[in-house]
Unconditional design. Structure first.
Length: 486
C-alpha cells in the first residue's frame, strides 16, 4: 500500500510541536494558516454549539418522517380527554377520580366519530379534542384527522418531575434520524429540549428555538467571520478541504479542539455549496403560503411569537433540515384552578397538535406526534362527568401518539397500548403491564410504534437498548401502528 506522507506526524526538531509557531514551522498547517488570521481561528474554536454548526452539514436525512415531542409540563389532564379502557377495551365502572364520573353517566358523553381515523373514545367535553378539531384553513383539520391514527398509553409517572425518562431523542439518534443541516430543535435549554429526562442515553444537545432567527442565524456566519465577503467565506472552506486528516486534527488541537475539528474537518463539498448559496436554504415558513396559512403567519407576525417559532421548527422538520423537534407547553400543573382554565389549557395543547397535523397535511408529508407529561391530575370522587381536577394523580397519567399518513396506508385498529387496572376502585394505569409502570420502557414502546408507522421496524434489532427491552411476543402487544413494510 502506498504511504501517505502527508498524513504522517510532522515533528519540530525531532519532537511533537506544541505552540502555534512550532506547528507552522513543522508544516502541520499549510497555506491555510496564512489565509486565516489567528483571531478567526480562535473565533471558530470558541464558538457556541449553534455557531459550531453554522457552516457544517450535520448529516444526511435518513428518510424518516418528522417526529415532534410535545411535553405538557406539570401533569395535564391526560385521562380526562381520551378515555382509558380496560384490558378487554371496556369502560371502568367509574372514572370519578379522573373527573369523568360513573360509566353509566359517561357512556352518553363518549365521542368516537368525527375526529381521528381509528375512532378512539374521547370525552365530549375534552378541551384537547376541541382544539385538535379547529383550524384556520377551511376543512384542513377534518382532512388531516381523516388520515391520522391516534393511540394512547396509560402510564404511571412521577408528578411534577423532570426525572421521568420520557424523551425519545437518544433512541431516534441511534436509529439514524438526523437533519441535513441542523441538529434536533427544542424549546427548553437543558441539553434535551423539553423538561423530561432522556431515555436510555443522551443525544447531542438541540438548537434552542424561540425565534425563527435562531434557525436562520445558526446557519449564518457570526462574529469576525461576518467581515468576510461571500467569496472569501467560500474560498476559506474550499481551502480547508485540501487539508489532510492529520493536519486538520492538529489545527483543531492548536486552536480549541473538537468544535473547530467539526467545522474544518467536515468542510466537504456539500458544506462549501451551502456557503456559496446560503439564500438557497428553505428555512423560514413565511416563504410557503399554504404552510403559513395553517399557522396564521404573515409578514407582520412577530418572529418571536410562539406560533412563528413552533411553525419554524415544524417546517424545518418536514423539509428534513433538522432532526426531531421538542416543544414545551408550560402551565399544565393546573389542579386547583377553575374547570374553565383546565379546559382552556387542554385546548391549547389540542390546538398546537392540530396545527402540526394540518402542517403535515399541507405539505403532503407523513408525520408522528407524541405527547407526554409528568404525572397528571385527579378529582374528588363523583358520578358527574366533568369534575374539576383538584390534585396531582400520577397513577393515571399517560402518553398520546398520532401518525398522519398522506397515503392512508397505516392503520391502528386498537387505539390503546396497555390498559387500566382490573381493580375497579383503582382507576389507575396497570403498572404490571409491560409499559404501565416505567416511563423509560414506555418511551421504548413509543419508539417502536414510530418505527412501525414509518416502515422501519428492521432497525429495531440493530439498537441494543431497545432490542433487549421487548421480545417478539411483547412487541406484538405494544405495536399498534401497522401497514408499512420494513
Amino acid at each position: 500500500m502506498k504511504n501517505d506522507n502527508n498524513n504522517k506526524p510532522k515533528l519540530y526538531h525531532g519532537r511533537k510541536p506544541v505552540t502555534r509557531r512550532e506547528f507552522l514551522a513543522s508544516g502541520a498547517i499549510p497555506m491555510m494558516s496564512y489565509m486565516i488570521p489567528a483571531g478567526l481561528m480562535t473565533t471558530f474554536a470558541k464558538a457556541g454549539i449553534a455557531q459550531a454548526q453554522e457552516l457544517c452539514k450535520i448529516g444526511e436525512s435518513a428518510k424518516f418522517p418528522p417526529i415532534v415531542n410535545i411535553n405538557a409540563n406539570g401533569g395535564w389532564w391526560v385521562a380526562g380527554n381520551n378515555i382509558f379502557l380496560t384490558e378487554g377495551r371496556e369502560l371502568l365502572p367509574s372514572y370519578g377520580r379522573n373527573g369523568l364520573g360513573s360509566a353509566a353517566n359517561l357512556v352518553s358523553q363518549i365521542v368516537k366519530t368525527g375526529h381521528f381515523k381509528n375512532q378512539p373514545p374521547f370525552y365530549s367535553g375534552s378541551g384537547f379534542l376541541a382544539g385538535v378539531q379547529t383550524g384556520l384553513v377551511a376543512n384542513s383539520a377534518q382532512a388531516a384527522l381523516a388520515k391520522t391514527n391516534f393511540v394512547s398509553m396509560p402510564l404511571q409517572s412521577q408528578n411534577d418531575s423532570d426525572t421521568n425518562k420520557l424523551a425519545p431523542f437518544y433512541l431516534l439518534q441511534k436509529a439514524g434520524l438526523s437533519g441535513k443541516i441542523l441538529p434536533n430543535l427544542g424549546t427548553t435549554d437543558n441539553g434535551i429540549g423539553i423538561s423530561n429526562a432522556s431515555a436510555f442515553g443522551m443525544s447531542p444537545a438541540p438548537l434552542i428555538v424561540n425565534n425563527v432567527d435562531n434557525i436562520v442565524n445558526a446557519l449564518g456566519v457570526a462574529d469576525r467571520l461576518a467581515q468576510l465577503n461571500q467569496v472569501q467565506k467560500t474560498n476559506l472552506f474550499k481551502a480547508s478541504q485540501a487539508m489532510s486528516v492529520s493536519q486538520a486534527r492538529k489545527l483543531a488541537s492548536l486552536t480549541g479542539g473538537s468544535l473547530l475539528d467539526r467545522l474544518l474537518g467536515q468542510a466537504n463539498a456539500d458544506n462549501t455549496k451551502l456557503i456559496e448559496n446560503p439564500s438557497g436554504l428553505d428555512l423560514d415558513p413565511i416563504n410557503n403560503a399554504a404552510f403559513s396559512a395553517v399557522w396564521g403567519l404573515n409578514n407582520n407576525t412577530p418572529k418571536n411569537s410562539a406560533d412563528y417559532a413552533n411553525a419554524s421548527m415544524i417546517y424545518n422538520a418536514i423539509n428534513g433540515n433538522c432532526g426531531a423537534v421538542g416543544i414545551e407547553v408550560g402551565g399544565c400543573d393546573y389542579h386547583g384552578s377553575t374547570l374553565a382554565q383546565t379546559i382552556a389549557k387542554d385546548n391549547e395543547i389540542g390546538t398546537l397538535t392540530g396545527k402540526i397535523l394540518q402542517s403535515f397535511h399541507a405539505m403532503g408529508s407523513p408525520g408522528f406526534i407524541v405527547i407526554n407529561t409528568d404525572g397528571s391530575v385527579g378529582a374528588p370522587p363523583s358520578d358527574i362527568p366533568g369534575t374539576d381536577p383538584t390534585a396531582d394523580r400520577g397513577d393515571s397519567s399517560g402518553i398520546y401518539m398520532m401518525y398522519y399518513d398522506p397515503t392512508d396506508v397505516v392503520q391502528a385498529p386498537d387505539s390503546q397500548v396497555g390498559h387500566m387496572k382490573n381493580d375497579p376502585d383503582a382507576e389507575a394505569a396497570d403498572d404490571k403491564f409491560l409499559v404501565g409502570g416505567n416511563a423509560e420502557i414506555a418511551t421504548a414502546a413509543v419508539f417502536a410504534n414510530f418505527l412501525s408507522a414509518a416502515g422501519k421496524m428492521n432497525l429495531w434489532t440493530s439498537i441494543p437498548e431497545t432490542n433487549r427491552t421487548f421480545d417478539s411476543l411483547q412487541l406484538e402487544k405494544i405495536l399498534k401502528f401497522h401497514g408499512k413494510a420494513g
